[in-house]
Design a binder for this molecule. Structure first.
Ligand code: SAM
Length: 219
């Protein structure tokens, strides 16, 4: 995704530091390397994919928290879903929401091709609606869908998150645009961050990693 085309973008971290960090982070499994390759062959841009640092971070959060049921908002071609599914136990479940037909098809092909893909269920349709129909509790939520709806997804996720569960939200610095928002997405992310900061039901840390990642724990 080419965000804020034509506008100056604040580089959150030094690109050399990013490269160094990536080179000192556990590489993806063969399945995930294959998924990246095939996504790259199928699509013109794959920069929506969370990438190794955020991906490995998500995987570790699943391992450390011993999450068994995870919700993801925004599947794309399945990178983060498969990354987290690799850390789930055999009877674990990943539910992921995606509205784009092409991405749904590519992601489902990936999930059908790799062993841990059987833990993943893609729910097709507009997540603004489908999230409201989900039943049961989740141990963890990865929020990576349309930025204008982060507040809505947060509210719906909190209803379904178990006590002590985690919401991990990506792109919360939005290329630094949250400091001085000039467009609706930047304003939406800024409002989302403010909402979380004043929500007494949670404690959170906003990490300046890649495009900003918040880890929010329901007390
Ligand atoms: C940043 S990408 C997700 C990347 C993915 N989590 C990964 O790491 O590979 C965001 C995804 O959200 C999807 N999306 C955007 N708005 C949506 C909506 N209203 N309902 C469902 N999916 C949506 C987009 O089609 C896109 O695939």
């Amino acid at each position: 995704m080419k965000k804020h085309r034509g506008k100056p973008i604040v580089q959150i971290t030094d690109p050399e530091i990013d490269r160094y960090s990536e080179n000192h982070t556990t590489p993806e499994s063969e399945a995930l390397k294959e998924l990246i390759k095939s996504s790259d062959e199928a699509l013109e841009y794959i920069d929506m994919l969370s990438g190794r640092i955020v991906g490995q971070f998500l995987k570790m959060m699943v391992q450390i928290s011993k999450a068994k049921r995870i919700l993801e908002i925004g599947t794309f071609t399945g990178y983060s879903a498969l990354m987290m599914a690799e850390a789930l136990p055999e009877d674990g479940e990943m539910v992921t929401l995606e509205m784009n037909y092409k991405y749904q098809e590519i992601a489902q092909n990936h999930f059908d091709s790799f062993p841990n893909g059987s833990k993943i269920k893609v729910i097709k349709g507009n997540a603004q609606k489908t999230i409201t129909t989900l039943e049961g509790e989740f141990d963890m939520v990865y929020l990576d869908g349309d930025k204008l709806q982060y507040e809505h997804y947060y509210g719906e996720s909190m209803k379904r998150l178990k006590q002590g569960g985690l919401i991990i939200a990506d792109n919360v610095l939005w290329d630094g645009m949250v400091l001085d928002p000039e467009d609706s997405k930047s304003r939406a992310i800024k409002n989302f961050n403010a909402l979380v900061a004043k929500d007494e039901r949670v404690e959170q840390v906003l990490l300046p990693v890649r495009d900003g990642v918040s880890v929010i724990r329901k007390k």
